[in-house]
Design a protein around this ligand. Structure first.
Ligand code: 0WK
Ligand code: 0WK
Ligand code: BGC
Ligand code: BGC
Length: 945
């Protein structure tokens, strides 16, 4: 019988090939690559519309954030219950990921049971549908003898468009496919399931994650293939998800890392974007569907509709006499009579034609061979168009990923599931071919999700569980650096007590409160040329400052201080300084000038006068020998003498905080505080002389002393100075260099010092000293961060637990990295490249944690400095018996100037802790050099008197 058919087939070849008439009839469905390229571009445009906050609401393609931020990384483990609802089969499963009896290492074992969903529940009340789901779950626990007592984490695959604010919450936007249960749209699906489980009673289930089936499929395939970053469903419905850059997802906070986006591409065209490709048959399918106007793209490609499309085409051609000699049967007129399964059967290699015949006969038709060939070809065109359209959508997604990563080509895997893809013989091959034709520069691998999506859902739940416990553990560590308002008030109080104590003559305070013998801030009358020398935390600067009519010129040169001089002998260190000065004077052609000099020495010095000072103790990275207890001005003079190439008249020795205050006071007379937030930390301020018990008040100069000579010079413009000279009052204030870095050396900060701080102190060159500085300054913040990162890595919470030599290297994590890593401008990728430079390979998630650690450490530093400053400004306000004080703080140091958030947190903390003070921060432009020259100018004038 069949042979006869074959012969007449060849005979008919001589007649017109029946497929030709079908090709003509369905030319609107036969899409060539340009059209597919166009559809792909349209879809990518729709994707961008869905991702952007501005256009998302109106976008047809919703691009729903899924809060799945990483594909499986091999560390997921645990036992989970899983529900898989929304595809052709509702399944309840138990998934054991690398854990549990008889699970081979790295393996996942699953037990599942399919529970039919009675048709009426598809369109009934959602509560009933979920009761059925929950009762099925309970039945499954019974059947699999899974204890009802134990708390079971559950992963829920729900294959409908949901707007999710987190993994364990999701509002149903609309039903699709053959579901339209009432009372759930706009509601939280997870909550509805929880309520149903509560109604069913007798189960203790914790719903950890709800995912779309595309996401679960991507994760399932990602378990074995790390390149799997796209999930594709071509089943009853159709949809795709992929890993998008977080910075492109406006609806989710943060721009760091990636997040899986559920495109819900089924709705592509709902806004008419595909009207020029939608055929009359598509419109008929849509009109007869339960959601007309919705899911246009899905209705052109997915299993729920392909069979119907074929039926409508066959019906139309039959009516037009192009098939079955125009005879039409009721069956052919009946919706759903040709299923997508039938279409797949028609396309079976060998049996396709015969299957077609049988299908048509079942439709009470008596098809000729040509009819069978034609109908088979209709099936081919309809399913071919489906795979072409899916390819176009996929090409848009892969192009988006390629562009996101600025790549020429892309090597990626697509995880696929769905009855159409799985059961339609030709579908996979066709899809792969067209994708590779549309994207020749990409290497796209397709992996079929062999065991359904619940493995993936369980992995998401495992990730959620792990991330939750990881986040909890990281949060616990970061919480150690959190300082609340009460604690800050305590620090402010402790700072205040020790400021007061430090002013006393026999003070035991760890805050040394060193008199600076600087009484007045500049008044703009300074004249002349001065050399300013500035030994700070990281380098040495020599400057020439020339003051003229309230203006100044400044030339400077910076010299590094090699470590061997910082920690060598005092002689070597000061010889190095002398050599730098010599080089500078040579460069300025002033070797013969014997200039008056101001020496900024950023270490605690006990001074008896403005031009002498004994180094009390080294701080920061310095520990040159034979310096502590010695007069640093002498040591420099000795070195200059030893060099015997130039001579200097060092008329002032000041601390960098004092120099900074003077520099800024030159611009803003209200500046009476100098603060350094740099390698080290310190603050000075103008204290009432009467409060400084430790100095001999008799040696206090009068204002005249401080101002007289101007009178001579300005006799010309007598009027102006007339008022000044008459006042011969005693100066009332002196600048005190607090050396607040020592707060806590008496243990008064032990309640906020963490074990990491203790380690940093123990491994510093001045253990037990400068505890406040070691919590707040640039020399130490990077090291604190490194030790926290080391601890988190050792606990497996970071860098996959790989403790690299780099991470074990003290001082490797410089504080400048904090400033870089915390800057908002820096995308996570750049954070990763900083970590890479440090030899630390990191994931996006790692970098988020590193950034959080940097933020916690720098925030605490700024808050503590804010508490300290609040203590000082409140003291000054009370000194002056003011209800309200306006004052300016001259500030310098790389931490204040370069860190993206330090200055803001410092300002906020002072405002909160000293509400009666209005504090203005004035960053010092030229460093403390100008300040040193100003003080030198005042000091020199006094000498000449
Ligand atoms: C099997 C997955 C399920 C998904 C389904 C889609 O486990 O999550 O919804 O594939 O294909 P369908 O069953 O609709 O053909
Ligand atoms: C610049 C000043 C200098 C001070 C330094 C502090 O001119 O006196 O020591 O700031 O900042 P650091 O260099 O420690 O960041
Ligand atoms: C739903 C998607 C789902 C797809 C495949 C569509 O109708 O809107 O959420 O992923 O079907 O099941
Ligand atoms: C020193 C201070 C200096 C501060 C800032 C501290 O280590 O003890 O004298 O002002 O660093 O440079």
């Amino acid at each position: 019988m069949f042979a006869v058919h074959l012969i007449s087939f060849f005979f008919s070849k001589l007649q017109e090939d029946p497929t030709k008439k079908v090709d003509r009839f369905l030319h609107g469905m036969r899409l060539h690559d340009d059209q597919l390229g166009d559809i792909s571009a349209r879809f990518q445009a729709e994707m961008k519309k869905g991702l952007s906050a501005k256009s998302n609401a109106a976008a047809a393609v919703k691009m729903l954030p899924t809060h799945v931020c990483s594909t499986p990384d091999g560390s997921e483990k645990g036992q989970f219950l899983a529900l898989d609802l929304g595809g052709s089969k509702f399944k309840v499963l138990q998934v054991k990921v690398r854990e549990g009896v008889g699970i081979k290492k790295g393996e996942v074992a699953m037990e599942e049971k399919i529970y039919p969903i009675p048709k009426e529940l598809h369109a009934g009340r959602a509560a009933e549908l979920f009761d059925h789901v929950s009762e099925s779950l309970k039945d499954f626990l019974h059947e699999k003898k899974i204890s009802l007592e134990k708390k079971h984490p559950l992963a829920f695959t729900f294959s409908f468009p949901c707007e999710q604010a987190s993994l364990d919450q999701g509002m149903l936007l609309s039903w699709s496919k053959n579901y339209r249960a009432r009372g759930l749209q706009g509601k939280d699906v997870v909550q509805a399931l929880r309520e149903a489980i509560d109604r069913t009673k007798g189960m203790d289930v914790e719903i950890l994650a709800m995912v779309n089936d595309t996401v679960a499929t991507m994760m399932t395939c990602g378990f074995d293939d790390q390149c799997c970053e796209v999930g594709l469903i071509i089943g009853t419905g159709s949809n795709a998800c992929y890993m998008e850059e977080l910075r492109h997802i406006d609806l989710v906070e943060g721009d760091e890392g990636r997040m899986c986006v559920n495109t819900e591409w089924g709705a592509f065209g709902d806004d008419g974007a595909l009207n020029d490709f939608v055929t009359e048959f598509d419109r008929d399918v849509d009109a007869a569907s339960i959601n007309p106007g919705k899911q246009i793209f899905e209705k052109m490609i997915s299993g729920m509709y392909l069979g119907e499309l074929v039926r409508l085409v066959v019906l139309k051609m039959a009516k037009l006499g192009l098939l079955f000699d125009g005879r039409v049967s009721d069956a052919l007129r009946t919706k759903g009579k040709i299923t997508t399964g039938d279409v797949a059967a028609m396309e079976e290699y060998k049996t396709g034609l015969n299957n077609t015949k049988n299908i048509l006969i079942q439709l009470d038709l008596t098809p000729s061979l040509d009819d069978c060939i034609a109908v088979q070809h209709i099936g081919t065109i309809v399913s071919f168009r489906s795979s072409n359209l899916v390819a176009a959508g996929l090409a848009a997604i892969l192009t988006q990923i390629k562009q996101n990563r600025n790549l020429e080509g892309l090597r990626i895997t697509v995880g696929v599931d769905g009855t159409v893809y799985k059961t339609h013989p030709q579908y996979p091959k066709r899809l792969h071919k067209v994708v590779r034709r549309l994207l020749p520069e990409c290497q796209v691998r397709f992996v079929l999700s062999d065991s359904g999506s619940s493995k993936g859902a369980a992995l998401v739940a495992a990730v959620a569980q792990r991330l939750a416990s990881l986040r909890r553990k990281v949060e616990e560590t970061l919480a150690l650096f959190k300082i609340n308002q009460d604690q800050l008030q305590l620090v402010k109080g402790r700072m205040r007590e020790r400021l007061e104590e430090g002013l006393k003559s026999k003070s035991t305070s760890t805050i040394k409160m060193l008199p600076s013998f600087v009484y007045l801030t500049p008044d703009g009358t300074e004249r002349g040329k001065y050399l300013a020398l500035d030994l700070g935390g990281t380098n040495f600067r020599a400057m020439l400052v020339r003051f003229k009519k309230q203006r100044y010129r400044l030339y400077h040169k910076i010299y590094t201080i090699p470590l061997e001089f910082m920690q060598g002998t005092g002689e070597e260190l000061f010889d190095h300084l002398a050599q730098c000065i010599c080089d500078f004077l040579d460069y300025m052609g002033l070797k013969k000038a014997r200039l008056p000099a101001g020496f900024t020495f950023s270490f605690p010095c006990e001074q008896a006068a403005i031009d002498t000072g004994t180094l009390v103790t080294w701080t920061k990275g310095f520990k040159a020998t034979d310096c502590e207890g010695h007069d640093v001005v002498n040591m420099l003079q000795e070195a200059i003498k030893r060099r015997n190439e130039f001579d200097l008249d060092i008329v002032a020795l000041i601390n960098d905080a004092v120099g900074t205050m003077m520099s800024c006071a030159y611009e803003d007379p209200q500046c009476e505080i100098g603060m350094i937030a740099g390698t080290g930390t310190n603050l000075c301020y103008m204290e009432e002389l009467k409060n400084i018990e430790k100095i001999d008040q008799r040696n206090v100069p009068t204002k005249r002393d401080e101002e007289t000579h101007e009178a001579e010079e300005d006799k010309q413009n007598a009027g102006a100075n007339k008022k000044k000279t008459e006042v011969n009052s005693v100066v009332s204030k002196m600048c005190i260099n607090t050396e607040w870095g020592g707060l806590g050396d008496d243990g008064c900060l032990d309640d906020i010092i963490t074990s990491f701080d203790v380690e940093v102190d123990k491994n510093s060159i001045n253990q037990g000293k400068q505890r406040f500085e070691k919590l707040t300054s640039g020399m130490y913040l990077g090291e604190i961060v490194r030790r926290v990162l080391l601890d988190l890595t050792r606990r497996g919470l970071l860098f996959k637990g790989h403790v690299t030599e780099t991470l074990k290297t003290p001082g490797i994590f410089e504080t400048k990295y904090l400033s870089q890593i915390e800057s908002d401008r820096l995308a996570l990728l750049q954070v990763r490249s900083i970590l890479q430079q440090l030899g630390l390979l990191s994931t996006c998630h790692d970098s988020i944690i590193v950034k959080a650690v940097c933020g916690a450490v720098s925030r605490r530093a700024a808050q503590l400095c804010g508490a300290g400053l609040a203590a000082v400004v409140d003291k000054i306000r009370e000194n002056r018996k003011l209800d309200h004080l306006s004052i300016t703080v001259g500030i310098d140091g790389a931490l204040y100037k370069l860190h993206p958030r330090f200055s803001q947190v410092l300002k906020e903390t002072v405002r909160d802790l000293a509400p009666q003070c209005d504090v203005t921060f004035l960053p010092s432009e030229e460093g403390s050099g100008k300040g040193a020259a100003l003080i030198a100018a005042v000091a020199r004038r006094k000498q000449e008197m």
